[in-house]
Design a binder for this molecule. Sequence first.
Ligand code: ATP
Length: 309
Amino acid sequence: MTLVEEFTGVRVRAPGKINVFLEVGALQADGYHELATAFQAVSLFEDVVVTASDDFTLAVTGTVDTSGVPEDDRNLALRAAKLLAAETGYDGGVHIDIRKEVPVAGGMGGGSADAAAVLVACDALWGTGLSSRQLHALAARLGADVPFALKGGTAIGTGRGDDLKPALARGRFEWVIVPNPEGLSTPSVYGELDRHREQHPVDIPAAPETPDVDADVLHALRAGDARMLAAALRNDLQAAALRLRPDLAEVLEFGEANGALAGLVSGSGPSLAFLAESAEDARGLQQTLERAGHEAIHVHGPVHGARIV
Ligand code: ATP
């Protein structure tokens, strides 16, 4: 008998994301919003290990509070495995172990990263050999942010966010993330934006007919210029997230007064992302935020998408 069993699983890491720009169009008849976004994958990773099994099972741990993560069929990672099996005719199962670093319900796409990681991992474990185009198509069926988690880097997303084009981005951007112990549900934030636009059209710009990423954002990314990017950061969901969670506004102001070039709500929130000019400034800001009692994590972007390690 050997004491060390051979590892027969597949391990994949997939990143969380920040939307450095997010313009949201009007609510459509199908209940969705057309949007235009610039995603950047950042160095907070979901670590996913899959091993052969007859059934589909899941265990979730992590450096973040995982108590809000369902372990049944509502989990996007399990849904990803079952979708891949159904589409390829694979008749076995899989055990999925997820170690989360991305805050849950934080607007940073952690569940989407898990789903992307599972697609890549199970495709390798089961030998189903899908092309990246086929994986992308399955990813888009699971959720609008899943294709980006597969690709990583910096990209422009249109449609529901899943129609992706890579964006030219030079260098490395330094960010400080302030997670929040209480998540926000994405549909409630979109609902608040729709209500706000209808009831207070004077306070908030009308929904654009065809959302588009500002040229200034593309220019700043191409130049690798943090100051330029800071001036161009924008998130149409921010006003709605702040109406639901007014406490976040104070933290945004605190970060901006203490060394951040700019801060914004990440996606539907409530995680906040502060852009710093240098790694040193980011470390300083992280310490200042921690001294003021906030959890703060220094990350950088862009980083790679879901990848076997
Ligand atoms: P969204 O992709 O909707 O913007 P988010 O990035 O704000 O979401 P996630 O952590 O991805 O946040 O999850 C949002 C919700 O989805 C959670 O509250 C949880 O109920 C559910 N969920 C399903 N699968 C997962 C998963 N693998 N990890 C985390 N949450 C999951």
